[in-house]
Design a protein around this ligand. Sequence first.
Ligand SMILES: [Fe+2]
Length: 386
Amino acid sequence: MKFEFYLPVEILFGEGSLEKAGQVAKRFGYKAIVITGRKSTKENGALDRLIESLKKNGAQEVIVFDKVEPNPTDKTVNEAARIVVEEKVDYIVGLGGGSALDSAKAVSIVSSNEGYAWDYVNYPEGPRLIPFLNRPVICIPTTAGTGSEVNRYSVLSNPIRKEKLVLSHSLNYPKVAIVDPTLTLSMSPRLTAITGVDALMHCLESLTNKVENPFAEELAIRAIKLIKEWLPVAVEEPNNLQARTYMSYAAMLAGIAIDKKRVALIHGMEHPVSAHYPQVAHGEGLAALGPAITDFNYKGNPQKYALFAELMGYEPKPHKAVVALQDFLERVNLRVSLRELGVEREKIERLTEDVYMLSRSLFVINPVEPSLEDIKRLYELSYEGF
Ligand SMILES: [Fe+2]
């Protein structure tokens, strides 16, 4: 057995932990910027509560940057980074879903080094620039899915190049994650399912891929059990705090699991989809692709797929992983096809090329190494729904 484990993120988990933000932040300075989305954190009061906590604890100025879009772009990150530099901001707080947190982390890198956001994303041949510095980042998730609050990844979209790539660097870890499950209570059933399925896919892909890290797998295993039990409850009873708490916890565990073990082909094939169709939520794209890719993958790691099936309440047989996933997606109303998400059939060729151009570094760690024909076929199978 061998593994490495490094996680330089202080985690504050629990109901009401948002109110600790100010206490935590004061060690980082006096001038803050909050990176958030356009609406929800204002509507549910989280933004006001955060600002109040920061100001009560000595923050002299809190700038609000509320332009983060779903599938956040490099342009938005560059714009926020320019403000951080011009205003001499001491620290950055990301408040919101994965988009806000990913952006906040990337803003730290871009504002502290030369160049622009796209210089730091990971093409298969590596990023164009390596960061040397960062600014402190506090991440406060209001969804339970990406796990961005505890890992080194920022997923960014470049709408001009129609590419979606990951910024991944040890300087991209937040300093602090404040995970307050009450902040997720206002998520709609649909958003709950979409983000929860993202967390499940983080577990499935990190559990089954070829990267060796048994410690991280334990986290994925625990998270699968929790998601199986509590995501349907959170979808059906949005105000169930116990369900919300376990989902926040599971998403966090899954976020650590992918930090150590990475993802695999389901994510590799989803990113081009939401790059070309930004209206598609990441979790929806994963839901559309997951079953066909699981059917392709299970023979490459029969033991782990049998375990996944068992954890989801099915017979411990590798092929049962497929039906376990299909049934679960059905249960949370996320049994979708690429066609239903608005993907055009004639785009499949281009999507296939993009997986190769942008995500081929995942091929070797996928349970079964795919050919381009395999990828095209998997898009085709997912087009009408698998
Ligand atoms: Fe994801």
